[in-house]
Design a protein. Sequence first.
Length: 138
Amino acid sequence: MTKENIISLFYIEHLPVKEIAKQLDISSAYVTKIIKQDSRYIQEKNFRKSVSKNRRKIAQKEFIEKKREKQRIEDNYSYVQSQHEQATRELSKSSHLSNESYRKWNYSAYNYNPSKRRFEFNDKLGRSADVPKYIKER
């Protein structure tokens, strides 16, 4: 009866040797001895190898994807941090903000005019006197 249980658990339910031994409260060496006597052993062994190989491929693919995502997040963070540091330097130079810095901070308010090589303020937005109407390209 035990041999039939071992064969059933290994070949039909595809349980590992250690789990079969634990379930039936016998040694794993005895389980291995019984399953190796069966003619389906090599076929089952090859099947389990292919399943393991596929699992490894999937796990490796997931690992690489996670690593790339982590790198992308770190790169984005580094980029934002450098932009913040640059903005801090620009804004802390003096109490007066340069026209170019002002244009950078309000990029949607200016349109580039290539024929005159300058940025022009969008009049639809309404402009106060201290806001530059034109900013030359550097």
